[in-house]
Design a protein around this ligand. Sequence first.
Ligand SMILES: Cc1cc2nc3c(=O)[nH]c(=O)nc-3n(C[C@H](O)[C@H](O)[C@H](O)COP(=O)(O)OP(=O)(O)OC[C@H]3O[C@@H](n4cnc5c(N)ncnc54)[C@H](O)[C@@H]3O)c2cc1C
Length: 461
Amino acid sequence: MDETVDETVLSGEGPSDDDLPVVVVGAGPAGLTAAAHLLGRGLSPLVLEAGAVAGAAVREWHHVRVFSRWGELVDAAAEKLLAPTGWRAPDPDSYPTGWEWAQKYLQPLADVLGERVRYDTRVTGVSRRGWDRVVDAARGNEPLTVRMQSARGEERITARAVIDASGTWGLPNPLGADGLPALGEPAATERIRYRVPDLTDPTERARYAGKHIALAGSGHSALTALVAFAELAATEPGTRVEWLLRRGKVGNAFGGGDADQLPARGALGQRAARAVAAGHITTVPGFRTAAVHRDGDGLVLESFDGVRVGPVAEVVALTGFRPDLSFLSEVRLDLDPVLQAPRALAPLIDPNVHSCGTVYPHGAAELAHPEPDLYLVGMKSYGRAPTYLSLTGYEQVRSVVAAIAGDREAAERVELVLPETGVCSGGGLIEQPGDAAPEGGCCVPAAPVVVGLAAPAGAGR
Ligand SMILES: Cc1cc2nc3c(=O)[nH]c(=O)nc-3n(C[C@H](O)[C@H](O)[C@H](O)COP(=O)(O)OP(=O)(O)OC[C@H]3O[C@@H](n4cnc5c(N)ncnc54)[C@H](O)[C@@H]3O)c2cc1C
């Protein structure tokens, strides 16, 4: 079906801007929480979700158990919205899998929002009504419009504000260490996976059982995969893993262990360390992939230094994610040139500087752009930084929604306490052999802080 619908009245007739919906891109944890806050303030959310269900991205890693407790994954405004339906919060001290997070919280929340969530609807563009990004005069006078694609065809809707909570899951980083696909990588994708394999699934298990595997990456997804592969190797003879690390030594890749203020995150690092020590995993530090070569039935990976690994039967690349900015080409963003995160937020989360996961309180002020009424929130707000926690996103959207509602005082009063990783040694990205941890660390101790961002500090909640 190729139908074009234009809900915009270019002459300016139609609803006043205050009656327009606030369009939220993505029905993930951040987007649905934003919708709950919008409803709570009497505004009209319209959530546009590319997938067929709520938490479509979270469901793709359904088999991974998160390291945040349920109590940190449920937002207070959402809980308030859910309460009249008889919804009962799961045990706050237990840890859900991705599937449980989606099924027991995100979907019920979306169901309460009802027709305010539109599924199978992909946002393809955001702009000012009738004007491209070049025209100054339109800014502040014309509302935003959102272009979307669904089975109904292509549509354009006018919005009071746009909250982009579309995450980064759709754009995994390539294997190539320079950020570009390695030479030969696109032609070898049937042997390369960019997600944590689900080894409880018989088909996926068979894909890796008894095989020689290369695993690239050192974040939490890579640690999760290391643990899963070690368990596979213990029962399936012949399973071997080459763990490719871009950094020059393992260093703090296993995290802070007992010092991590999220115990399950610390425990994951310890389990990964034990998995490596068990003997089926060979660590290859300082390996920056430049090329992928075919070798008979297998693949050989070559580094920028000319080191070769393989042939391996399978490659798993867990090298992080990046934001999709393609549908924001006609709005004025102020993004950090390194992280592609909002410029004011970037220094707080830059992994070149911070490894400990603390982030200073931030909200609408840091997330604003030169384009009025447009905000990037949730995982996408972190750009390429790897340390995002949903707790951060919930506080972001509370502040952003307050700003959209015109409640400046509530928008500026940002309260956030994030658990440290226990690895507060400064640069978190590339450790070289011989690097010493800088004295004093990079992070302030995590203590409850209430900071007024534009107003005088200390304004209470
Ligand atoms: C394996 C894994 C484990 C994690 N564990 C934790 C944890 O323990 N604790 C924690 O706090 N965080 C964790 N995170 C990080 C983070 O909390 C999650 O990634 C979370 O899902 C991010 O929420 P979000 O709403 O920002 O984005 P997403 O969950 O990615 O949701 C974005 C939504 O937008 C939709 N979308 C994308 N593009 C478009 C478009 N153009 N138009 C319409 N819809 C679109 C997607 O389909 C998706 O449903 C984990 C992440 C991963 C990958």
